[in-house]
Ligand binder design. Structure first.
Ligand SMILES: Nc1ncnc2c1ncn2[C@@H]1O[C@H](COP(=O)(O)OP(=O)(O)OP(=O)(O)O)[C@@H](O)[C@H]1O
Ligand SMILES: [Mg+2]
Length: 312
């Protein structure tokens, strides 16, 4: 059997923060474990205060956990030799705005110990990749937030990381910027880089990611591929040209309901009889498929409704 390689393995992480002298510790992570297969994009999803940023900071070794460990490409994450496998985009990247993309990336390239020739080649490639090729000599104070985010991604990719860690990469971007970010991340993934991004925007995660880890109160409450997590429902849906006009007794007999004007939902076991009923009644069927629950439905079913701060 083929062994799945993991770009990232987070094992039993716990982290408490001090909240002041003689005050109880705040438990931010409580035995968190999850793993990201190589070459995949995983969304780390959770409500405010769930522990997402704490997790990313521990992976980046900016914070020490109380317990647990992280493996990057199967290797210990604290070994300095393994840190070059990582690229990181902080939530609010900071640049000197009088600089240009080329000078900014060149500065980071030098910090990474790259020589001038390497830097020149890598910068040209990356600025093209993130769509800033034409703007490489434009002062950053003329850049929009979306353009700065793309520069941040180019910077995170300078060292050709095997794993890219992004803290809320689409926060503050408009719909066009979000769509561009999605395409960019998919291009990066196509080159074999695994990506872990934190978010609390369900639509972003559903569109960009193929894997998901939901955390709540510092614990993992679900993880796996989107297919596995959202496709497990036991219902079928049929889309019709217009309202099927089935009487109430027939609907009840099949355990069916109308989700909107022309979308009929019913148990999978009723597929055959439902199709007969509809075709016999002259309905025009446009589509029939297993019903995939939305990420929002799944998220709300797994994450407690009590928000941080409520009821305390
Ligand atoms: N430096 C700190 N000192 C004390 N408590 C902290 C500190 N940093 C985070 N916390 C607490 O740890 C918990 C997890 O915080 P964290 O920032 O990891 O959550 P998050 O999931 O990133 O939230 P958000 O979606 O709001 O960014 C929260 O209860 C937070 O108040
Ligand atoms: Mg955070």
């Amino acid at each position: 059997m083929e062994k799945i390689g993991f770009a990232l393995e987070v094992e039993d992480l716990s982290k408490s923060y001090s909240t002041g002298w003689r005050k109880p510790l705040k438990l931010a992570l409580d035995g968190l474990s999850f793993s990201l297969p190589q070459g995949r994009i995983m969304g780390l999803l959770g409500p405010n205060g769930a522990g997402k940023t704490t997790t990313l900071k521990i992976i980046m070794d900016f914070l020490r956990p109380d317990r647990g460990r992280v493996l990057i490409m199967g290797k210990d994450w604290r070994d300095p030799g393994n840190r070059c496998l990582l690229g990181f985009l902080p939530e609010q990247p900071y640049y000197h705005l009088y600089q240009t993309p080329r000078k900014t990336l060149s500065f980071f390239g030098k910090l990474l110990g790259m020589d001038d020739r390497q830097i020149e080649l890598r910068i040209s490639f990356l600025l093209e990749l993130v769509g800033l090729g034409e703007l490489k000599d434009l002062s950053l104070h003329r850049f929009s937030k979306g353009m700065l985010q793309r520069l941040g991604i180019a910077q995170a990719l300078l060292n050709q990381p095997e794993l890219l860690i992004l803290d809320e990469p689409s926060s503050g971007l408009d719909p066009v910027g979000k769509a561009e970010m999605r395409t960019l991340l998919q291009e990066i993934q196509a080159q074999g880089t695994a990506i872990l991004l934190s978010s609390h925007q369900l639509s972003e995660v559903e569109e960009i990611c193929d894997h998901l880890c939901i955390i709540d109160k510092g614990r993992q409450v679900a993880q796996g591929s989107l297919e596995e997590l959202l496709g497990e429902g036991d219902e079928y849906e049929i889309v019709l040209e217009k309202n099927p006009a089935l009487d109430e007794a027939t609907m009840r007999m099949h355990g069916a309901r109308l989700e909107d004007e022309s979308r009929l939902i019913f148990p999978r076991s009723r597929l055959d009889s439902m199709l007969r009923e509809l075709i016999g009644g002259g309905a025009k069927i446009l589509e029939a498929k297993p019903r995939r629950i939305t990420l929002e439905e799944f998220f709300l079913s797994r994450v407690g409704s009590g928000r941080e701060g409520e009821g305390k």
